[in-house]
Ligand binder design. Structure first.
Ligand code: CTP
Length: 400
């Protein structure tokens, strides 16, 4: 089979060096990558590096190998174009259809999905000119990944960092897997909770659970690849931030509730994939609990935590909001799932069977998605991304 053809556009920002890692990930996973840098990006990474790493000749302008008509052919033949980093200037050119070098020509001739991974200073990103260009590109079907927050060039910090190249790669992989279709969650805000809450007993101990957060992260990545604005509320996962998602951190169920309710205020979709502790210790010991010779340990008294899913579903911040829950069951999976769907009042409930070996921490998952309108969708054992895409398909058809 032919390798998928990817064009990696590189524009002139300091983050260009991170695109080397993206290129490596793409080539090593079986993609045929043609790098098209802009002239100014060569100040940061030279053509020899791109040529050696991609195994293809590299040119910035349309006048090399004119007999091959590269300004048309490269774009026409691509299965995916990803521009990383995309500078403010590149976004402006792409939004306005300028074509003054090989990359901008390629963007005009490409009919495949296009991903932009912007990187620039916060002021440039927030400028209304840039924001309007981004909105234009998204309206036309491009996936523009929100920049990450963190250290920028020099001493500045803020929004504008190029996300981790491994995470940009994941977005590219998802976009390629979906093929040449419009990003159906464009313009939608989705809130996803992931991981497992920890309920502290004392400064060194907590009650927790075995949720890895991987299913929630798969939901976040796939939603970014389908064009959504994603807020990910994570609890104790330790996983790298998915590219393009705004990541909020929560430790306990109470903190997770606060973050989810706040983010849900303007959300189109809320997905509660986190494993939330149903109970927390009634008392928190400010000093470490010590064992005492000859004495039985004191029992731990528990109190109920709020049920976040039931609250979000019961008091929808917007009437048309779609609420998705997860249920981990060890037996009577379907019957328990139906009952839980009713009790929680959500629109969709993803029910997994869990046990010693299954689901927790693994890369794969198997589930049935129950719908409040009676629908039942079986998702065979497979990658967590496949289950995530099924959830988004069901959500997307309900968003209208
Ligand atoms: N959930 C929640 N708040 C809680 C407990 C659970 O929002 N305090 C959400 C989870 O994120 C998940 C769903 O509810 O989406 C189902 O969680 P589960 O633990 O399976 O359900 P429970 O209500 O705890 O039911 P039971 O313990 O009886 O199985």
């Amino acid at each position: 089979m032919d390798k998928p053809k990817v064009v990696l556009g590189v524009s002139g920002g300091i983050a260009a060096y991170k695109a080397c890692e993206l290129l490596r990930r793409l080539t090593e996973s079986g993609h045929d990558v043609r790098v098209v840098p802009t002239e100014s990006s060569l100040h940061f990474v030279g053509a020899a590096t791109w040529s050696a790493l991609s195994g293809h000749p590299v040119s910035t302008e349309v006048w090399d190998d004119v007999h091959e008509v590269p300004h048309v052919r490269i774009g026409q033949g691509a299965d995916l174009v990803v521009v990383a980093p995309a500078t403010a200037d590149m976004l402006a050119k792409a939004a306005h259809g300028l074509a003054d070098d090989l990359l901008t020509n390629t963007l005009l001739t490409a009919r495949c999905p296009v991903v932009f991974a912007p990187a620039m200073h916060t002021e440039m990103w927030e400028h209304s000119a840039t924001q309007e260009n981004v909105a234009t590109l998204r309206r036309r079907g491009a996936v523009v990944i929100e920049p990450a927050v963190g250290r920028l060039t020099g001493v500045d910090t803020g929004k504008g960092r190029l996300p981790d190249p491994g995470e940009i790669f994941e977005v590219c992989r998802r976009v390629l897997a979906r093929g040449p279709v419009e990003p159906d969650l464009a313009g939608r805000h989705v809130v996803i909770s992931a991981g497992g809450t920890r309920e502290p007993l004392d400064p060194v101990r907590y009650l927790g659970n075995r949720s890895s957060g991987k299913q929630g992260y798969a939901l976040a990545r796939t939603a970014v690849a389908r064009g959504a604005r994603v807020t990910l509320v994570e609890a104790n996962t330790g996983l790298p931030d998915p590219a393009g998602a705004d990541v909020l951190h929560a430790g306990t169920a109470v903190q997770l509730r606060e973050a989810v309710l706040k983010a849900a205020a303007d959300a189109d979709v809320v997905v509660m994939a986190a494993a939330v502790a149903d109970f927390r210790p009634a008392e928190y010991a400010t000093g470490k609990i010590k064992k005492k010779d000859g004495q039985e340990p004191a029992p731990i008294r528990l109190v109920r935590n709020p049920d976040i899913l039931a609250e979000v579903a019961g008091e929808r911040a917007r009437p048309e909001q779609i609420v998705v829950g997860f249920a981990a069951e060890t037996d009577n999976v379907l019957a328990n799932g139906r009952e839980k769907l009713r009790r929680k009042g959500c629109d969709l409930l993803v029910v997994n069977e869990v046990g010693e070996r299954r689901t927790f921490g693994s890369e794969e998952n198997e589930a049935v998605v129950l719908a409040a309108d009676g629908g039942e969708t079986q998702v065979p054992y497979g990658p967590k991304e496949a289950l995530a895409d099924t959830v988004w398909d069901l959500v997307s058809s309900r968003l209208g």
